[in-house]
Ligand binder design. Structure first.
Ligand code: AR6
Length: 169
C-alpha cells in the first residue's frame, strides 16, 4: 500500500529518497519548482542533465516521460525529472499528465526509492487548473502499482494544498 501525504511547503526542503521535478523537455532548468531544485541542489544536477541530453535525449525529454539524476546537495538520493503537458482548453492532454506520475513512479521503483515527493506538475507555468491537476495526481497515484511506500505531495501555497486535501479527504 502506498500512503499519500500532503505537506504545504517547499519541495527542496524535503528529506525523501526522490524529489520529482516539474521540468521542461530541454532538461536544462527553468523557473518555478525546476529553478528552485537546480538552485538548491547545485550544479551536479545540471551536469547530469547535460549528460542525459547528450546520451539519450538530444531532441529533449518527451512530455509525459521521466528520468533520474543525482540530487546534488538536496536531502534526497535522486531527482526524477518529468515533463508535464502545457494545459490546453481545446485538447484533452490529461493522459500525458497521468503519464508523468506513472513514469515517475516507474523510475522510482527502478531506483528502489521508497519515499517520493511530487510537486503539482503542470499546475504553475504550464497553466493546468489546480483542482483538475490535483484530481489527476491523486487518482493516478492511487491506481498505480508501485513499491513506493510514501508519495508526498508538496504544495507551495494554500490553493494547491486545499485542492489536494479535497482529493485525499
Ligand atoms: N516547492 C513546491 N512547489 C513549488 C515550488 C517549490 N519550491 N516552486 C513552485 N512550486 P511550475 P509547471 C509549485 O511552474 O507548471 C519551469 O520553468 C507551483 O506553485 O514549477 O509544470 C520548467 O522549466 C505550482 O503549483 O511547473 C518548465 O518550463 C507547481 O509547483 C515549466 O516551468 C508547478 O509549477 C513547467 O511548468
Amino acid at each position: 500500500m502506498t500512503t499519500i501525504t500532503l505537506v504545504r511547503g517547499d519541495i527542496t526542503q524535503q528529506s525523501v529518497d526522490a524529489i520529482v521535478n516539474a521540468a521542461n523537455s530541454s532538461l536544462l532548468g527553468g523557473g518555478g519548482v525546476d529553478g528552485a531544485i537546480h538552485r538548491r541542489g547545485g550544479p551536479a544536477i545540471l551536469a547530469d542533465c547535460r549528460k542525459l541530453r547528450a546520451s539519450h535525449y538530444g531532441r529533449g525529454l518527451p512530455t509525459g516521460r521521466a528520468v533520474a539524476t543525482t540530487a546534488g546537495d538536496l536531502d534526497a538520493r535522486w531527482v526524477i525529472h518529468t515533463v508535464g503537458p502545457v494545459y490546453s482548453q481545446s485538447l484533452d492532454r490529461s493522459a500525458l499528465l497521468v503519464s508523468c506520475y506513472r513514469e515517475s513512479l516507474r523510475v522510482a521503483d527502478e531506483l528502489g526509492a521508497r519515499t517520493v515527493a511530487f510537486p503539482a506538475v503542470s499546475a504553475g507555468v504550464y497553466g493546468w487548473p489546480m483542482n483538475d491537476a490535483a484530481r489527476i495526481a491523486v487518482e493516478t497515484v492511487r491506481t498505480t502499482d508501485t513499491s513506493v511506500d510514501e508519495v508526498r505531495f508538496v504544495l507551495f501555497d494554500d490553493e494547491a494544498y486545499a485542492a489536494f486535501a479535497e482529493q485525499t479527504g
